[in-house]
Design a protein around this ligand. Structure first.
Ligand code: XUL
Length: 528
């Protein structure tokens, strides 16, 4: 019998599905559903609800449930062999949190296939909207929790990260402070990942060690809820959180809702979901320590694997649990693809091909011109007042501004990832913008490292399917090594390797200092 596994990825802007055949190492189905387009009734823009306050970014949790119904309906319609799926896994945008009253357990157990998921979930939410990773409205709560935990270094070494505005702990504290009654009525809190897994399992799903580390609530080394962090966050929190478990661990058989409604194999198992970044580590095949990747997506992230837990004393980067049982490092920049799109719009550049051509017209280092592209509040470095800042850069020069935005993004990545002490032999580039050779040359030159493209548009969903397969094999007594499991699924694009240019590397080595100075100046100016 074919060994088919389904991986889903509930990201900021879309829900994706990937079905893999483990024996033939083939991806049988790849699907994606854009929230704004497929669910206009949810009224989101790029997956989040418009808000007058640029620091507040929430999404309606019903949207994720509705998208799950829709993607299963589409797979059924397309004749995807849902009846042969052995296990379902998944990943979610990290940090987003979902809040329920005490009706949630019964609702999950009794999902009625004659109703939609949204109808089944009617009346179970104790908070109407879910704060997501783009939210930066909790600076005050971050400071309060950090202080109680003993400062940046201590917070990072205990929970894997300093407190960050988007992390679920500070978000939970803000909810408790601003709406204590609703907090009190909250019986359970989930992450996007564990919410979706709960729907599939028809019961409360654990949070995994990858996504759990994005909350400022989990002890990164012991992998349990940290008592001091819970206490510093909100009262009675322990009773509202699900247990922690490894990604891919079996929760139980899938809910009969999916079997009856969409023909999903009723014996398929629902497994513990993880965050999109930990799932991408697997989807990209980054199994060996020291392997690194740059993902150019809604957010730009620089991540890699790490054998022993080593946290960032300055508190800019993160350590999460990796689905392999080891650790992963990550630095996340909010002004990723949306910032590149803003520049494209601003200079009326028709397409990305032209954008790349313009970049190639300007020499490396942009004649010293620098652009800090903080269109949205930024995570690294922390910027709460959005805005763009130009230094020695002519605003009217379209080509120089196109080059400047990507140079700044890469210089910032180099500057703020030094704590990882990673000297990768090669960086794998992935995500939307990674098919632009001009951009990848800048990446190779700034990072002084060979860059190779991996073209897996749905690396998180693929990773999620592989994690589910790993969990299923372990239960079936056929435990598989990660190297063997991922082999054949994520091959770099042939002949896509780009080598750093020695002259350009020297230019960027010098420019890095100027960039760091400009960043300090701009941050001082913002602080007033
Ligand atoms: C990681 C982060 C983002 C989201 C995007 O810390 O905030 O990469 O996971 O989905």
């Amino acid at each position: 019998m074919a060994k088919l596994f389904l991986g889903l990825d509930s990201s900021t802007q879309s829900l994706s599905a990937v079905v893999i055949d483990l024996d033939t190492r083939k991806v049988l189905c790849e699907k994606s559903l854009n929230f704004d387009r497929a669910l206009p009734q949810c009224k989101t823009q790029n997956g989040v609800l418009p808000n007058r306050d640029p620091l507040i970014k929430h999404s309606p949790p019903q949207m994720w449930a509705e998208a799950l119904d829709l993607i299963f309906a589409q797979m059924k319609k397309d004749g995807v062999a849902l009846g042969k799926i052995l296990a379902v896994g998944g990943s979610g945008q990290q940090h987003g949190s979902v809040y329920f009253n005490d009706r949630i357990a019964a609702a999950l157990e009794n999902l009625d296939p004659d109703k939609s998921l949204v109808e089944n979930l009617s009346g179970v939410f104790s908070r109407k909207t879910s704060p997501v990773w783009m939210d930066s409205s909790t600076a005050q709560e971050c400071a309060e929790i950090r202080k109680k935990l003993g400062g940046v270094k201590f917070t990072a070494s205990r929970t894997g990260s300093d407190t960050f505005e988007r992390f679920s702990g500070p978000q939970i504290r803000k909810f408790y402070k601003t709406d204590p009654k609703a907090y009190q009525k909250t019986a359970a809190i989930a992450l996007v990942s564990s919410f979706m897994a709960s729907l599939l399992a028809g019961k409360t799903a654990p949070v995994d060690f990858g996504d759990g580390a994005g909350m400022n609530l989990m002890d990164i080394r012991r992998k349990n809820w940290n008592h001091d962090a819970l206490k510093a966050t909100a009262p009675g929190l322990m009773n509202k959180l699900p247990p922690l478990a490894a990604a891919g661990q079996t929760i139980g058989p899938v809910s009969s809702y999916f079997a009856k409604k969409f023909g999903l194999n009723s014996e398929a198992v629902a497994t513990v979901w993880t965050g999109d970044n930990p799932a991408s580590v697997i989807g990209l095949g980054l199994i060996k320590p020291g392997q690194s990747a740059i993902s150019l997506g809604t957010s730009d992230t620089f991540f890699g694997t790490m054998e022993q837990c080593h946290t960032d004393e300055n508190g800019e980067g993160h350590v999460f649990g990796s689905p392999t049982g080891a650790y992963m490092t990550l630095v996340c920049f909010k002004n990723g693809s949306l910032a590149r799109e803003k520049i494209r719009e601003l200079y009326k550049i028709p397409d990305w091909k032209r954008f790349g051509e313009l970049i190639a017209q300007v020499p490396p280092g942009n004649n010293g011109g620098i652009l800090l592209p903080w269109f949205e509040p930024e995570i690294v470095p922390r910027v709460n007042k959005p805005g763009i800042h130009r230094f020695d850069l002519d605003e009217k020069n379209a080509a120089a501004n196109c080059r400047a935005i990507f140079e700044a993004q890469m210089l910032s990545m180099r500057l703020h990832s030094q704590w990882m002490q990673a000297a990768p032999e090669k960086i794998f580039a992935t995500g939307g913008a990674s098919n632009d050779v001009a951009l990848l040359q800048v990446m190779a030159d700034v990072m002084n490292c060979r860059v190779e493209r991996i073209e897996i548009s749905k690396s998180a969903a693929l990773g999620a399917a592989l994690i589910a397969a790993h969990g299923w094999l372990a239960v079936a007594g056929k435990k598989s090594k990660w190297e063997k499991l991922v082999a054949g699924f994520s091959q770099p694009v042939p002949k896509s390797e780009i080598r750093p240019d020695r002259q350009a590397v020297k230019i960027y080595d010098r420019l890095l200092e100027k960039y760091a100075g400009c960043e300090c100046d701009a941050l001082e100016k913002i602080a007033g």
